[in-house]
Design a protein around this ligand. Sequence first.
Ligand code: PLP
Length: 369
Amino acid sequence: MMEIPLLNFVPMHSEIKSDMQQAFNRVYESNRFVLGEEVRQFEKSYATFNQVEHCVGLSNGLDALHLSLKALGIKEGDEVLLPSNTYIATALAVSHVGAKPVFVEPNIDTYNIDVKCIDAAITTKTKVIMPVHLYGQSCEMENVMEIAHENNLFVIEDNAQAQGASFNNKLTGSWGHVNATSYYPGKNLGAIGDAGAVTTQSEELATKIKTLRNYGSNKKYYNEILGYNMRLDELQAAFLSVKLGKIHEWTRQRIEIASWYDEDLKGVSDLILPKTAEKATHVYHLFVVRTSKRNELQKYLNEKGIGTLIHYPIVPHMQEALKFLDHKKNDFPIAERIAETCLSLPLWPGLLREEVSYVSKCIKFFLRS
Ligand SMILES: *Cc1c(COP(=O)(O)O)cnc(C)c1O
């Protein structure tokens, strides 16, 4: 029996071990640990990678979403549209600035916000649309931007899962007024601890977020606004610079591994494979399949040594933490259906063809018997 975890850092990390150790030594010897040359350098490289003017390094993805909203002046009384099947962080960030998260159902094929459902959710209080590029696939950003423009709304992309994906050849993280990403270790570009960033074309918003991340201060001990400590640290920036050099190769591998699953699993009954929208690309942060026998399949694969996870088992509108929104079961049936049937299969750069074949063989054996 093979042992195949959902995610395995070893192939990626062994490849870059000596570069990572050098990065550590560089920071250690510099004796500069907060907001120094490493953060500046990484911000510059990531902005180039993401084809935007500005990147501001932050403590994590949740804080990046939070400061994006804050920088746009979103506050109590405002409404923010977000998909009903997102990770909880998107909804938490909206709540943390005092605004109301308003859920919009996803498209059942792409799992991304259904652009046909956005209009109906817009009210006089709506200020922002927050599309989430879920599992690594870009949302249909041309439509999202058009709706935002017509209704005078801001767009904040949640690009935590889709670094390097694009829509009509324009990268995720470069469409919105300001966009958040996460470098949580398991993300496509992951630090070896917590980290995140915003990307934007706006110098004004970048400056505002730099002030907010550093105690509301641009000049030591002069505090202009009520800020936070939400800085990216030098060590994580140095590690991220090493890993950024690998992102194209690792993304290529993710896409290749997804194509192996597609090849092995196409046509299997009661198994829905990922679908990518026209003009969108998918960087396979996760390879998510759906089946009516999800719980049984997960249990079977576990017995066969195969790690899987459910992204996500509880939809945001049914979370205890968001009870104040007064939602009930069936308010967002598509999100609920995805939560009940989805299963993420092992996928990481370095996963071998024979390992994918083994996972696929086990899935086929289970669903056919
Ligand atoms: C990971 C993630 C976040 C939050 O990032 P952290 O760095 O863990 O705070 C936000 N949104 C989505 C969609 C994510 O996957």
